[in-house]
Design a protein. Structure first.
Lengths: 514, 351
């Protein structure tokens, strides 16, 4: 048994007084060398479950994480807390920086790494020389074909874990149905993991599905709701362009609200500025795509609006789970119109190349890649093949996997091309089938006549918290009933002279007024 | 309107002699001898590299809009020339484009401004006893620099007062709009600066204008800091940032070998480059080194002949000049003489 005073250690490394639900039992099992599967809701502080053990265990802790932005966000936040010995290894790091980290591995306690990089033999051999105390699989649902974010690279993890001498594993996810949980344990070849499943049901969130006729309806509902409730709000859109447009329209209609937009197409610095403005309550309302929210830990978000619904329930649960993390009453409002179904179907088809046109697509790829001697970007190649970037990235990944492509080089073996094409075709068909089924489930939930809370969580947990007042629109709660705790405002500045003085001389530091 | 202004100014300087993409290459700071020559011949150094992140499609879009406004007229698929209307617009709009100084600052501007922004964020936070914050810059070289400077600062309050005084002084010489954009972009304690789209929205500007105005402000700060002696703190931020006059790295290496008295042919061998490439480097070197003698490459007599041809043609076009000199005079020699004339300023009266 370990004998740490865990509360004390938590305070030393994170300045938190107490553990959140689930953290302590998971950490205790991890420190005892058990294999652990932890299912904790978004925003419950999943990452502390390995960040604290990393400090306490003798060797190195490795975290495999699917999203580079998520990794770098986490490292930034840890560094801001003066948590040392942590680094993110990914393809964004220059070769030189990567080598420097790898040569100096013993200086680190916690390493975030992308699954792609972990497969490279020289990277793996450097890591093999260290003692690995804990191998963490973050977003573990990515390992399952049935998970909503299946990552083929994750399937190779069990082989890597074997090469690292079978260290204890901690697999974490926020959204994993019992079936996906089984998949995770099977794929990691650890059928006897300690399971810690915590309900994702958030009883302080009320759900409202509102039927609308057209975009004008949606705009009016949002405008009147925001006018009445001055609270931190996220509005999700399925397109970058609409997020931008509506941010501008809403600012015109509500000039006293500070409304900004955020999406993956923005410059890195601008994204960071908007995200932090939202964190510091300089911005009230964010109009965004699903790119916003990952790694954001803002406790006082009161209202999450879906202008478009996402293409699967898991994403929806994650997105609404950002509301009310401080436990205060919050509202998730989904604005639905029949026309949105078309939009979602288009979204799904845009994520994968068209299976029916695969011959033509392959011919173009062959032509372009075999004759192309320029240093073309993915963007340019995608345009030449007449695919969007997501489709091209998918295909590129598949081509590399099938040994057709290596860097910018392609093989000329026609047989190999043909075999790969049929393999990929089968893969696309299967993925499309899964995606369509997920979408149907999402739409079925929107059209549900039973309690929305019960139906939303039934796939993910056994029971759910019965709630009588402020439950959902099927239990009699409507937009007119919404009551939310109002928000504080930051003072605005008038001219640059005053602003500069306040900012640098700080004689009147951004006083917040009630 | 800054982008349109720069495109217009370049068009007026180059007319139909150069393609529109030459303007794009100047603004994005292309490291080719052709762009180097354009910058010197048409005296467009102020705009060299001022907008490195400009995308070709955005540039093309702006050019199309200017054509639709009838400020530019199409000559052929690749070439535009300014219209009377366009020139009038340029004259009547006060864009203050002369405050750009790309040739001097475009390479060091991003480092200078990133250091300044992160230093201000660090000092304003630590002055409040707040040591945990998400930095607006995470480039390793920038954060390391700020860390090393921060260690030498004992009293953040005093450093902030100094930065305030110096910035106030310089911002006061700028337009209200420029100063406001700069200050709104700053991040301090519990206060993050505005993003480019937010600034564009607040001041009713387009994104290009916001970006270019911010760069122009940075250029102006750097210029005033290097000219004046009373900006010790800001000087410290840019002290080690010296922009080389030589644009291409490769030309610098050739220059080093040239100083060791190697011939051009030997340099080509050593560097495994074509002789023509070494010629390009030499032209570039002549632009920046006033002591570089043309003697080994062009005889006095040939030089005179070329100069006369330039005056006769009233043109910088190599082909036209070549037709008026002896057939054994090479393009390389003509380019060398042109570069030398340009450097000394003798050519300014020609056209």
């Amino acid at each position: 048994m370990v004998c740490f005073n865990l509360e004390q250690e938590l305070y030393t490394h994170f300045q938190y007084e107490t553990f959140r639900l689930g953290q302590k039992t998971i950490i205790e099992d991890v420190l005892n060398g058990e294999d652990v599967l932890g299912i904790l809701p978004t925003g419950s502080g999943k990452s502390v479950c390995y960040q604290l053990p990393a400090k306490l265990l003798p060797g190195l802790t490795i975290v495999v994480s699917p999203l580079i932005s998520l990794m770098t966000d986490q490292v930034k936040q840890l560094k801001a807390r003066h948590y040392t010995g942590v680094v993110a290894l990914n393809s964004f790091l220059s070769m030189k920086d990567r080598q420097a980290v790898l040569r100096n591995l013993s200086a680190y306690k916690l390493i975030y790494i992308s699954p792609e990089l972990l497969q490279q033999s020289h990277v793996l051999s450097m890591i093999q020389q260290q003692t690995i105390s804990l191998f963490v699989v973050d977003e573990a649902h990515c390992i399952s074909q049935w998970g909503h974010e299946f990552r083929p690279d994750y399937l190779k993890l069990s082989a890597i874990i074997a090469q690292l001498g079978h260290p204890p594993i901690l697999a974490l996810s926020a959204t994993a149905t019992p079936r996906v949980q089984e998949d995770i344990m099977a794929a990691l070849k650890r059928p006897h993991m300690m399971r810690h499943i915590f309900p994702m049901d958030r009883e302080n969130i009320a759900f409202i599905v509102e039927e609308t006729e057209n975009p004008q309806d949606k705009l009016e509902i949002m405008t009147s709701l925001l006018a009445k409730h001055h609270v931190p709000t996220i509005i999700y859109f399925s397109s970058r362009q609409l997020a931008e447009q509506l941010a501008i329209t809403l600012s015109q209609k509500l000039p006293d609200r500070r409304i900004a937009y955020y999406h993956g197409g923005m410059e890195q610095t601008d994204r960071l500025l908007i995200q932090q403005q939202y964190m510091t309550d300089q911005v009230d309302v964010i109009c965004c795509t699903s790119a916003f929210g990952m790694g954001i830990d803002k406790s006082n978000i009161r209202l999450v609006i879906h202008y478009h619904f996402p293409t699967e329930l898991e994403s929806y649960i994650q997105e609404v789970g950002r509301a009310g993390r401080d436990g205060e009453h919050s509202v998730a409002l989904l604005l639905f119109s029949e026309a949105d179904i078309m939009i979602s179907e288009n979204l799904i088809t845009r994520e994968l190349p068209d299976e029916a046109n695969l011959e033509g697509i392959f011919q173009r790829i062959k032509q372009i890649l075999q004759t192309n001697d320029r240093e073309s970007s993915d963007e340019e190649i995608a345009a030449l093949i007449n695919l969007n970037e997501i489709q091209w990235r998918y295909l590129k990944h598949q081509l590399i996997k099938h040994d057709i492509m290596n860097g910018k080089q392609v093989v000329c073996d026609d047989m190999k091309w043909e075999r790969a094409r049929e393999d990929i075709r089968a893969h696309i068909v299967e993925r499309m089938f899964i995606k369509r089924r997920q979408l149907r489930k999402m739409i079925a939930w929107i059209r549900e006549s039973d309690c929305l809370r019960r139906q939303l969580y039934k796939h993910f947990q056994d029971g759910y918290t019965e709630k009588h007042a402020e439950c959902c629109s099927n239990c009699g709660y409507t937009i007119r009933d919404v009551q939310l705790k109002a928000q504080i405002l930051e003072q605005q500045n008038n001219n640059w002279q005053d602003h500069l003085k306040k900012l640098l001389l700080q004689d009147n530091v951004y006083a917040k007024t009630e | 309107m800054q982008l349109e202004g720069i495109i217009m100014t370049c068009s007026v300087a180059m007319r139909e002699h150069r393609s529109t993409s030459a303007i794009f290459n100047i603004m994005t700071g292309k490291k080719s001898i052709q762009t180097v020559q354009d910058v010197h011949i048409y005296q467009l150094g102020t705009f060299y590299g001022v907008y490195k992140e400009l995308q070709k499609y955005a540039f093309d879009q702006t050019v199309t809009t200017m054509m639709n406004n009838q400020w530019l007229r199409q000559i052929d698929a690749h070439t535009m020339t300014p219209t009377h209307l366009g020139e009038k617009w340029l004259q009547q709009t006060s864009l203050n484009l002369q405050h750009f100084n790309g040739l001097a600052y475009s390479n060091v501007e991003p480092v200078f401004s990133s250091r300044l922004l992160l230093l201000i964020q660090t000092l304003t936070n630590t002055a409040q006893g707040h040591y945990s914050f998400i930095p607006v810059e995470d480039d390793r070289y920038i954060t390391q620099w700020v860390k090393s400077v921060f260690k030498q600062i004992n009293k953040p309050h005093q450093a902030l007062k100094a930065i305030y005084d110096e910035l106030y002084d310089i911002l006061n010489t700028l337009t209200e709009l420029e100063a406001s954009l700069f200050v709104d972009r700053l991040t301090g304690y519990q206060h993050y600066g505005m993003s480019t789209p937010q600034l564009a929205h607040k001041y009713h500007l387009d994104i290009h204008t916001v970006k270019l105005l911010l760069k122009k402000v940075h250029h102006q700060i750097m210029r005033q800091v290097s000219e004046g002696h009373h900006y010790p703190t800001l000087s410290m931020i840019r002290a080690d940032l010296q922009q080389s006059n030589m644009i291409t790295q490769s030309a610098k290496q050739t220059y080093a070998l040239l100083k060791k008295q190697y011939t051009l042919e030997q340099i080509a061998l050593i560097r495994q480059l074509k002789l023509n490439t070494i010629y390009d480097h030499l032209v570039e070197i002549v632009y920046v080194d006033a002591n570089m003698s043309l003697e080994p490459y062009v005889s006095n007599q040939t030089e005179q002949e070329i100069i006369e041809a330039i005056y006769e043609t009233q043109s910088f076009r190599l082909k036209e000049i070549k037709q008026r000199v002896h057939s054994d005079v090479s393009y390389f020699q003509i380019r060398l003489v042109l570069a030398a004339l340009q450097r000394t300023g003798d050519i300014n009266g020609v056209l």
